[in-house]
Design a protein. Structure first.
Length: 80
């Protein structure tokens, strides 16, 4: 039997109750899928990536000719 669980949940702590189980039958090539009726019960609060306002500001700086990473960082810090 192979267990699959929601990958969006944390590795430690409470887990999402949504899961799927695959049962591989030994005598045949048949596979049975078991899925529980649960819904996603976790919240992904973690924001990934760069904020859209920072992306827009960086693009404006790039278009203005500021292309070096350190110059972009200084310009972003000055705009705070």
């Amino acid at each position: 039997m192979v267990y699959y669980r929601c990958e969006k949940a944390k590795l430690r702590g409470s887990h999402c109750t949504l899961s799927i189980y695959l049962l591989y039958h030994a005598e045949t090539d048949k596979v049975t899928i078991y899925k529980n009726e649960a819904e996603y019960d976790h919240h992904v609060d973690k924001v990934r990536g760069i904020d859209e306002s920072v992306k827009k500001c960086t693009e404006e700086l790039y278009n203005d000719g500021i292309m070096k990473p350190k110059e972009i960082i200084r310009a972003l810090q000055a705009r705070k």
